[in-house]
Design a protein around this ligand. Structure first.
Ligand code: GL4
Length: 838
């Protein structure tokens, strides 16, 4: 580290908040100036949204010293930087997180706000729109990783797309999901800094041609037929109480008018205008699919667009600093967040060979020493494959390069497995079966120096099931990094009540060193403390109960067991398994068999991909069950079911802290990791779950006695599959299940319409591809155990405490340290700022 005297207006000295401009007077002054000069408003007439904007600008000002100092530090003294390439960054609301990481307490913010007659910070946080630039776990993981990288002072940049419309907003109408455009930018978004001077050009389409260069070498070049401009919009990402402030660089696509007018399209005015319309739609909208590939041409365009801009940006930064291009791998480590950015392999080769005139071997060496790939799912429908003809028409030069990468790779394969045609066909980047296609996972795996899965089980299945031959060829390439979540957002911000308790009993250092939470174990037999633990949870549940009432009109009892499943709606995640269990619970009450059954509130939330029929029907199903149960006087005080609309980061922050039971019930082998499971456990919820994804590791760490396990293992599921699975036979052996299915078929949960849920019933009793019925009985057994445990509240609180105490491992700080050591070889680079700025 080295001191910088930048002579900047707000010094970055954490030791002295007043001089650092972090006191209430400074925040008030900042707000006043921004209200007047930036927003053109007078304080007495300012709305809450105006005040949100003013406070955000005042806070953003206070990030600038650290932001600029961090950029300057890396410019002056090169250090390896992580480039995290991701089509999604689900960053959530920014104001509170920046307040926390800067060290502006709620109290200070409220002192400033009171001078505008605002009593609580929450009133202001409420109006913040979150950028929904992601679908679910994959995008949220990228956001947690950006926060941890900054907190660990590792230089990093996140590269992605600034979608004009993020993930749709979800309404529920007559029990069905309705999608509404997410106009997150409409009120102005104060957290981004557009950098039009750093725009990049990206080509599409056209043709390639060969030519002879001045030295008599044969070369290829690409003559695109179309261009787009990428304008970077930078979002500062401040680490927790450190000077490191990295950036998230999101590219917005713009039209190429001037460029094409002068260089290509002279005379073709209308053609150029048409093209402008086309290129502006590039960053228009996020594809709303989680874990399914639709193979749309525009999606490939989006991918190439942001990847090309990002790689050009990295190469340019070397150029600006006079660093030779051969040094690329020492300055950049490029992480591919799933295959969405995998075109980077071909694009980096193209930039190095065609535009920087390197030879193949040098370019390949640079590429393979820089790029690593994270796989996030084994689901076959998620593995990206691009139709060859379509790929060629959009990226002809990239296809040539991919053919050459493939030719050289297959030569190696032939040497290793002589005469084994099947292996060659399987490992080839080009799928030759049926319609020809480019397999992005093969491209990423061949080029990457490391390929990792996201939980121990998933990484193991990746090696053994999805890519056994690759793993045999390159055993050292494959590794695991178990996912993690940032404790700043998911504990400190989301759960201030719990945080105060942790501060008192563990010390405030837990927030950057979650393993310290094991100190809580000392309190596991302390009755008074366990009561306080339970009371803290209850206070948070009261708040959620209020929210539920306001949103859905349903009154829920905060002292009932809050049983929660929030995540994308997917058949493999089995929300319908949970829903069936709720019906059984209902029937037991109805039939007078509910003695000893504690009152429960079952909460669901999550979006379905707009084209995923079965998932949307599952939402309708849950709402049908909720309607019947909540209207039945017999259920009063015993059972409530709610579907909370529009699950997003902001709502998640309210839900995790208020949960008692975390439903993690996916079919074993299908959920790569899950990250919600970690957020629940950290906040003291107990898990009912299968041996899937990170559940396995959560259970190992919290102890099997503090986890409600059920269901078939991945191996047992595979056996069922191969030996022939007959779901209908299961129904015959389980009267409670048969009765539930019968009632559904009679329209008991659909106002007498027996046809509404027919496709769901047929699917379950006919094929049941996710083994819902196979796990049903064991799930009921585990739910009974949950009920038993809940009735001994002291014991429950103890188990809850142990979940918090033992889940420090799932901090994204630990994940990032793993990536740094095993994959990136990147190190912290503290940024020093002199405190005695005049
Ligand atoms: C996902 C996995 O489904 C999920 O289990 C995992 O936690 C997440 C982050 O690694 O990635 N893969 C895709 S695709 N979407 C996800 O959420």
């Amino acid at each position: 580290s080295h001191p910088l005297d930048l002579r900047l207006p707000t010094p970055g000295c954490f030791a002295d908040p007043e001089r650092a401009g972090l006191d209430a007077d400074a925040v008030f002054d900042g707000m006043t100036e921004h209200l007047f000069f930036t927003l053109g408003k007078l304080a007495p007439t300012a709305s809450n949204h105006d005040l949100y904007m003013a406070l955000s600008y005042a806070v953003r000002d206070r990030l600038m010293t650290r932001y600029l100092a961090s950029l300057e530090a890396i410019r002056a003294r090169p250090h390896k930087t992580v480039a995290y390439l991701s089509a999604e960054f689900l960053i959530g609301p920014q104001l509170n997180s920046n307040l926390l990481n800067l060290g502006i307490s709620k109290d200070i913010a409220e002192q400033a706000l009171r001078r505008f007659r605002i009593e609580s910070l929450d009133q202001i946080l409420e109006v913040e729109e979150e950028p929904g630039l992601g679908n679910g776990g994959l995008g949220r993981l990228a956001a947690c990783y950006m926060e941890s990288l900054a907190s660990l002072q590792v230089p990093a940049i996140g590269y992605g797309i600034r979608y004009e419309f993020g993930i749709f907003n979800q309404l529920i109408r007559d029990g069905w999901q309705v999608e509404v455009t997410d106009k997150w930018l409409k009120g102005g978004w104060p957290w981004e800094l557009p950098q039009p001077e750093e725009a990049c050009f990206v080509g599409f389409g056209g043709r390639t041609e060969s030519y002879t260069d001045g030295k008599g070498n044969y070369r290829s070049r690409w003559i695109p037929s179309e261009h787009a401009i990428g304008i970077p919009h930078d979002v500062p990402v401040l680490g927790y109480r450190v000077n490191t402030c990295n950036r998230l660089r999101l590219w917005r696509a713009d039209a190429t008018e001037s460029f094409d007018f002068y260089a290509f399209n002279i005379g073709d005015y209308y053609g150029a205008v048409e093209e402008k319309v086309g290129s502006e739609t590039l960053s228009k909208v996020l594809y709303p699919n989680d874990g399914t590939d639709e193979g749309r041409r525009l999606r490939l365009k989006q991918q190439h667009f942001f990847v090309s801009c990002s790689l050009q940006d990295m190469l340019r930064s070397l150029g600006n600093r006079g660093i030779p291009i051969e040094e690329f791998p020492n300055h950049w480590t490029v992480q591919l967040n799933d295959t969405h950015p995998a075109i980077a392999v071909a694009e980096l080769m193209r930039l190095l060979i065609d535009e920087h005139y390197l030879d193949w071997d040098t370019a390949w060496d640079i590429t393979t020493r820089s790029v690593a790939y994270t796989n996030h799912t084994l689901l076959p429908e998620a593995l990206e494959k691009w139709d060859l003809t379509r790929f060629r028409s959009l990226l002809p030069r990239h296809l040539e390069l991919i053919y050459e990468i493939n030719r050289r790779f297959l030569q190696q394969v032939r040497l290793r497995y002589p005469g084994n045609d099947a292996i060659q066909r399987k490992l080839s980047i080009i799928d030759e079966d049926g319609g020809k296609a480019v397999r992005m996972a093969n491209l990423a795996t061949i080029a990457a120096h490391h390929v990792n899965g996201v939980a121990a089980l998933h990484s193991d299945l990746l090696k053994r099931q999805l890519m056994p031959e690759f793993a045999e060829i390159w055993p050292e390439k494959f590794t695991n990094v178990t996912n993690g979540v940032t404790p700043r957002r998911w504990v400190a911000l989301a759960n201030p009540a719990l945080s105060r308790l942790l501060d008192e009993h563990v010390g405030p250092e837990w927030i950057t060193n979650m393993e310290l939470l094991t100190k809580l174990e000392e309190r596991q037999h302390d009755t008074a403390f366990l009561e306080q633990w339970g009371a803290t949870k209850l206070s948070v549940k009261r708040k959620l109960a209020g929210y539920i009432h306001r949103q859905t009109g349903v009154l829920v009892d905060p002292s009932s067991l809050f049983d929660v499943q929030v995540k994308r709606i997917h058949e493999y995640k089995r929300q319908h398994l949970n829903a069936l269990q709720v019906i059984t619970h209902y029937l037991r009450i109805k039939n007078g068999q509910a003695e000893g059954m504690a009152p429960r509130t079952v909460i669901f939330g999550g979006k379905a991909a707009p084209g995923y029929y079965m998932a949307k029907l599952i939402i309708r199903f849950i709402n049908g069950i909720a309607e019947t149960i909540n209207a039945d006087p017999d259920m009063e005080g015993r059972l409530r079911v709610v579907f909370l609309p529009d699950y997003n980061v902001k709502l998640a922050e309210q839900i995790y802290p208020a949960s008692d039971l975390s439903e993690q019930v996916s079919t074993a082998g299908k959920e790569a990791s899950g990250t919600g499971n970690m957020k629940f456990a950290m906040n003291g919820a107990l898990t009912i779950g299968t041996l899937d994804g990170a559940n396995v590791e959560i259970r190992e760490r919290v102890g099997p006695e503090n986890f409600f396990l059920f269901g078939k293992t991945e191996t047992e599921i595979m056996e069922l599959q191969t030996n022939g699975y007959r779901p209908r036979q299961i129904v015959e052996t389980l009267p409670e299940l048969a009765e539930a299915l019968r009632l559904i078929g009679l329209g008991h949960f659909s106002n007498g319409d027996g046809e509404l849920f027919r496709p769901l019933l047929d699917n379950l009793t006919g094929f049941d591809p996710f083994f819902v019925l196979a796990d049903f009985a064991d799930y009921l057994r585990a739910q009974d155990e949950v009920n038993q445990a809940w009735t001994n509240r002291k014991q429950w609180n103890r188990m809850s405490l142990l979940n918090t105490a033992r889940t420090g491992f799932f901090s994204s700080d630990r994940s990032i340290q793993d990536y740094c050591q095993t994959i990136w070889k990147a190190e912290p680079f503290p940024v020093e700022i002199t405190c005695d700025v005049p």
